[in-house]
Design a binder for this molecule. Structure first.
Ligand SMILES: CC(C)(COP(=O)(O)OP(=O)(O)OC[C@H]1O[C@@H](n2cnc3c(N)ncnc32)[C@H](O)[C@@H]1OP(=O)(O)O)[C@@H](O)C(=O)NCCC(=O)NCCS
Length: 328
């Protein structure tokens, strides 16, 4: 399908696996230009990891993955995913030379679960044409994307901070004696229906904390080098939450029924692995105890925060540490 947008002739079509390297190239070109414009260092490149991540989104949500391009390759792309009634925009990137000509908006519209023009008078950019929540994370240094998303009702609601560091010994609280940690692998290996049981356990926590479950993402995180643990009540075995840590130092997602336990659980997760460098944790501003505890333990905020933008308030991120800005 060919559409003429401003001065750029673009073909907008669904993404296929062969397009993923081209999408990664657009991603880094757009980010490099954005960070250079703000005098920031370029992002660390992990092209293979990005392509793997795009591949996961393409597998789970192929109908929400679109690009604009021609014979010269990809100009712009967008990936969104649907989990329960949450529609979430993971990526929207346009090559620097094609920006500000309407291409990003056209790709975004294709990824939507609804037609915003169907509720054009709702005062929320047509968001009420969709029964669920529309959400994304935007970079706070980027008024273009923030303005574009807000125009469709995804209003900036909450900052999310990237925190880096290694906890000073003895500053973060320890786990209460009543709480114990159990590795996902131990659960899966010891129970006859282990994997099913694990998915049910973490799915129940996701339902209570986020309002939806996402077995497909847990499978992806487990395969992609993250190690997971559940936290449970030592006396009756009741599951209190779960958390992931990665040998690279990335920590999350972490979801707990009781947000007051978060600082202790983060400290405990950081005792499980020894990354070569700093731990990296994406902390929602709503997780107030975590921000305070990590700062006291020696962590520092890195760069500028992301903005969680959504058409409605919620979920309550005071008891949750996000996995990434592209897949909560
Ligand atoms: C953000 C990005 C995807 C937008 O795509 P684009 O093709 O450049 O944008 P479009 O021309 O389709 O739409 C621009 C819209 O942004 C909004 N916008 C632009 N500047 C704005 C500002 N200063 N304040 C508020 N809104 C603004 C307007 O709604 C504008 O539409 P309009 O010109 O019709 O009024 C693209 O510029 C990009 O890839 N940037 C670098 C990477 C990036 O920041 N990606 C998003 C990560 S969150």
């Amino acid at each position: 399908m060919i559409a003429r947008l401003g001065e750029v002739a673009t073909g907008i079509r669904p993404i296929i696996p062969a397009d993923l390297p081209g999408c990664a190239s657009v991603f880094y070109a757009a980010l490099d230009e954005l960070t250079a414009r703000h005098g920031q260092p370029p992002p660390i490149r992990n092209e293979a990891g990005m392509i793997g991540f795009f591949g996961h989104l393409l597998t789970t949500d192929g109908e929400r993955a679109w690009l604009s391009g021609g014979i010269d390759g990809v100009d712009a792309f967008g990936f969104a995913h649907l989990r329960g009634s949450l529609w979430f925009l993971s990526f929207l990137f346009v090559r620097p030379e094609s920006q500000a000509q309407g291409v990003g908006r056209q790709v975004l519209l294709r990824t939507f679960p609804h037609d915003p023009s169907a509720a054009a008078d709702d005062g929320m950019g047509g968001a009420s044409a969709w029964n669920g929540v529309l959400a994304t994370c935007a970079d706070s240094i980027q008024p273009v994307s923030t303005g574009l998303y807000t125009g469709y009702g995804m209003v900036p609601r909450l900052p999310l901070f990237t925190m880096l560091g290694r906890p000073r010994r003895g500053v973060l609280p320890g786990l209460p004696r009543s709480v114990e940690r159990c590795g996902f692998d131990d659960l899966v290996d010891t129970a006859p229906d282990g994997h099913r049981r694990l998915v049910d356990l973490v799915g129940e926590i996701d339902q209570q904390v986020l309002g939806y479950d996402r077995p497909v993402d847990h499978r992806f995180w487990r395969v992609a080098d993250r190690r997971g643990w559940v936290y449970r009540d030592r006396a009756d075995g009741a599951i209190l939450g779960y958390g992931y840590a990665q040998p690279s130092g990335r920590l999350g997602p972490v979801a707990l029924l009781d947000g007051e336990l978060l600082p202790a659980v983060l400290g405990d997760l950081m005792s499980t692995l020894q990354p070569a460098g700093d731990w990296q944790i994406f902390v929602p501003g709503a997780a107030e105890r975590v921000m305070v505890a990590l700062l006291h333990a020696g962590f520092r905020c890195e760069g500028t925060p992301a903005l969680y933008c959504a058409s409605r308030i919620g979920p309550d991120l005071s008891r949750y540490i996000v996995a990434s800005f592209a897949l909560l």
